[in-house]
Design a binder for this molecule. Structure first.
Ligand code: HSE
Length: 429
């Protein structure tokens, strides 16, 4: 068998240890697949003395991960995280030296993916990131290779396991957002800073990479509209149930003419759709291609095993000698996207208003909707209390988002509409 493929692991958290475990448990089968053994020769982590449940005593330990590039290795596997700092320095220096680089770091690539692709491709180094998007689901491979024959029209996904877990548990248990978030942290699904999960940033990093791959454009995180799940209430979840929907945080990118419209936001999806049934920490990615039609990939989006499985798949590919353009086409062919305006997107919408339950309030609300040319499909009211605010919700027929936004501004002028009304897109899969 050929020379071993020598790797260094930067970061020995959950995923780093998971990678070492898989490489050991399946060493023989992996060597047969890769055509050569894969050896971990160096590692870097902050605390050497910590018990990680795996014996790293026979490999070189390095305190400063950025020096791993000086070890005698073919590939650096980065599982440190973070948009900049050591992860970025290490990526730049490894790729500049022609070393392969595997990362689970979506923030790094969403912000610096184009520059890193340029360094990688310029130095004939592989840069792989399957674990960065949707954990164990091989979605990068699917879009870059499996769907390569197609002109892709849309990529939608449940891209954050923590949010999906929280929304699912809120629905099933009726518990509030905060207590369910604490569970997600205990289970190791949430990012170190859970704000990245619940405010939609993590899903947006992932969508940014999917958009670049699917449409052959430069990844541009700044062009993404992002809304997380912090304002989704138990009341919204209950109304969604009554209306036959489930709430999911979706990352969505779609071609509209020659523009690309993309956003991350909580949406209602039909309860009976396949996407609606994707619960808990599971992720799902829906892809529309002109010849293949539609496809849906579902799997675990977070956690040690699934994420490490994706990292090891990349290592095997690189050990085989597979080197592909980072975003599906050579970096020099990636286009500047023409980003379309979300306001023009047509969809059905869900509106939630808190109103004083007095005669005439609905007439005022309907008049505002009429003035903005928004047509109502259904309406529900929760409770009946003339002295206290009650919730009313509506679903609209298909309408441009900007018309609904205008109506929301109009509601702010109505005396009996209390608090700021909320809206959510309804996505029909
Ligand atoms: N925190 C992420 C999630 C997992 O909840 O999906 C890693 O991307």
């Amino acid at each position: 068998m050929s020379q071993p493929y020598r790797i260094a692991l930067a970061g020995l958290g959950t995923v780093g240890v998971g990678v070492a475990k898989i490489l050991k448990a399946h060493a023989e089968a992996i060597a047969r697949k890769a055509g050569r053994p894969i050896e971990v020769v160096a590692v870097s982590a902050r605390d050497k003395s910590r018990n990680r449940g795996f014996d790293f005593s026979d490999v070189t330990w390095v305190e400063d991960a950025s020096t791993l590039v000086n070890e005698d290795v073919d590939c650096i596997v980065e599982m440190i995280g973070g948009e900049g700092g050591v992860a970025k320095t290490l990526a730049e220096s490894s790729l500049a030296k022609g070393l392969d680089f595997v990362t689970a770091n979506k923030a790094l690539l969403a912000h610096h993916g184009y520059e890193l692709a340029k360094v990688a491709e310029g130095n004939n180094a592989g840069l792989m990131y399957e674990a960065a998007v949707a954990g164990g689901i091989p979605v990068i491979k699917a879009i870059r290779e499996g769907y390569a024959a197609n002109d892709i029209g849309a990529v939608y996904g449940i891209l954050n396991g923590t949010c999906n877990y929280i929304l699912t548990e809120m629905r099933k248990s009726g518990r509030d957002f905060k207590s369910v978030l604490a569970d997600a942290q205990k289970l190791g699904y949430a990012e170190a800073d859970p704000a990245f999960d619940i405010e939609g940033t993590d899903a947006a990093h992932k969508l940014c990479l999917l958009t670049a791959l699917a449409f052959g454009v430069k990844p541009d995180f700044k062009k993404l509209a992002v809304k997380g799940i912090t304002n989704v209430t138990s009341v919204d979840i209950e109304f969604a149930r009554q209306l036959g929907y489930r709430i999911k945080l979706l990352g969505m990118a779609r071609k509209e003419g020659n523009a690309i419209v993309q956003s991350v936001e909580p949406c209602m999806v039909p309860r009976k759709s396949t996407m609606g049934a994707v619960d808990g920490v599971f992720n799902a990615v829906y892809i529309e291609g002109d010849f293949v039609d539609t496809g849906l990939l579902v799997g675990r989006g977070a956690g040690e095993g699934p994420t490490a499985s994706a990292v090891v798949a990349d290592i095997i590919d690189l050990a085989r000698g597979t080197k592909l353009p980072v975003f599906g086409v050579p970096y020099s062919d990636l286009k500047e996207a023409n980003w379309g305006r979300r306001g023009k997107v047509e969809s059905q919408f869900y509106l939630h208003l808190r109103v004083m339950d007095k005669p005439g309030v609905l007439a005022d609300v309907s008049a505002t909707l009429r003035d903005c040319d928004v047509s109502i499909e259904a309406m529900l009211q929760q409770g009946r209390d003339p002295n206290n605010p009650v919730s009313i919700v509506m679903t609209t027929h298909e309408v441009q988002q900007k018309q609904v936004e205008e109506a929301l501004e109009g509601f702010a002028n109505l005396e009996r509409v209390l608090e700021k009304p909320s809206m959510m897109r309804i996505e029909d899969f």
